[in-house]
Ligand binder design. Structure first.
Ligand SMILES: [Mn+2]
Length: 320
């Protein structure tokens, strides 16, 4: 291998079950300096309203990601050859103080952004995306492609608490981090609290593509619309593993039946190619509810799909 970039351990030399457990068997590095894309764990689930456990997500996704190889078999993208990628470890977290937890996560991601690298993070519950956006979208609002069973745009829980994994995108819009007119949510489904639950999101201009519409239209048509909504501007991608059906991803905090197959999820992410991605995440993998590791396996593969659409962004920017 002649590349100057970090390379994963070759499974033909060191078997996948041996050696240090890092994302995609990449080197663990102490600093994001010099990286194009920083793989980072956010082991924090302080925003979870139901089944906690996503704090264990990063470690198990690292484990399952040992199965990832070097080349995307459809696009032909070789992410480790066109971008410098490594595992920068986990951000600092505080499991017993929500507001301090959010502050630490923002600081951890801000260090990655300051080094000029794009964060590709593994949560953690979906509230972790709020402090990530505070770091990534500090200078201007960004668009967002959001795969999820839930809109996560509720206002408050438990007596007015504004910070849970059901509220991050309402807060992010209020804080000017997201441009709601450049937001699309795909895969939304399941029972809701009230007929008016999604009114606020729609009034902001968010495009909600419910699962039933996705099934009727198909992957390519839906993703053509999603690409048009975010356009050429800076865009963040967030992938909640509960968008996938619980038969294929049971280990998550708020499972909803009727979800994407893992194959559909792969196709959805592949069709993000060409948009200007400034960061991405996979969240809500909760290994304690899935002793077989299927959910983390799905998460690791979605992480690779995201990497394979982000690395070409890096290469395009480098080429000017
Ligand atoms: Mn979510």
């Amino acid at each position: 291998m002649t590349s100057a970039f970090h390379q994963p351990v070759d499974a033909a030399e060191v078997p996948r079950f041996a050696g240090h457990s890092t994302f995609m068997r990449l080197p663990a590095v102490a600093s994001p300096e010099g990286l194009d894309i920083a793989l980072v764990g956010i082991p924090w689930d302080g925003g979870t309203t139901n089944r906690a456990g996503a704090r264990h997500g990063p470690r198990e996704v690292r484990n399952q990601s040992s199965l990832i190889r070097r080349v995307h078999h459809v696009s032909g993208v070789e992410p480790f050859s066109i971008a410098n990628v490594a595992d920068v470890g986990d951000v600092s977290v505080n499991p017993i103080d929500l507001m301090d937890g959010l502050k630490r996560i923002e600081e951890g991601i801000a260090a990655i952004v300051a080094a000029g690298a794009l964060p590709l993070s593994v949560g953690g519950d979906h509230l972790t995306t709020l402090p990530v956006l505070r770091a990534v979208a500090k200078s201007r609002p960004v668009g967002m492609v959001h795969f999820d069973a839930h809109t996560d745009t509720n206002d408050s829980y438990f007596g007015g608490n504004k910070y849970t994994h059901g509220t991050p995108f309402r807060r992010a819009i209020e804080e000017g981090l997201l441009d709601p007119k450049r937001m699309v949510q795909i895969g939304i489904r399941g029972s809701i609290y009230d007929t008016t639950d999604h009114d606020w999101a729609k009034s902001q201009g968010i495009r909600i593509i419910y699962m039933e519409e996705f099934v009727a239209r198909g992957v390519e048509d839906v993703m053509a619309e999603a690409r048009a909504i975010v356009g050429d501007g800076a865009t963040y991608v967030t992938f909640d593993i509960d968008s996938i059906d619980p038969s294929m991803a049971p280990g998550t905090g708020t499972p909803e039946i009727g979800g994407f197959t893992t194959r559909e999820a792969q196709q959805l992410v592949r069709l993000l190619a060409g948009i200007d991605i400034v960061g991405a995440d996979v969240v809500e993998v909760a290994p304690p509810f899935d002793v077989a590791g299927l959910t983390a396996l799905a998460g690791a593969n979605i992480l690779f799909e995201l990497l394979c659409v982000m690395a070409p962004c890096v290469a395009r920017r480098r080429a000017g």
